[in-house]
Design a protein. Structure first.
Length: 54
């Protein structure tokens, strides 16, 4: 499992793609308040689930 964070520095939420060395590119939602995601593989697919922040 890897952990990454994302944020929307301009305050506008939008989709973002982050590159995680162990998993490759993973899609996340960049949010003004920031978010922490846990990224794993499930059934051979990359999955990023928000771990903290609503």
């Amino acid at each position: 499992m890897s952990t990454t964070d994302s944020w929307a520095s301009d305050g506008v939420e939008s989709p973002a793609t982050v590159d995680i060395p162990e998993l490759g590119q993973v899609a996340v939602q960049a949010r003004a308040i920031g978010s922490v995601y846990e990224a794993t593989t499930k059934d051979g697919k990359r999955v990023a689930a928000r771990a903290i922040g609503d």
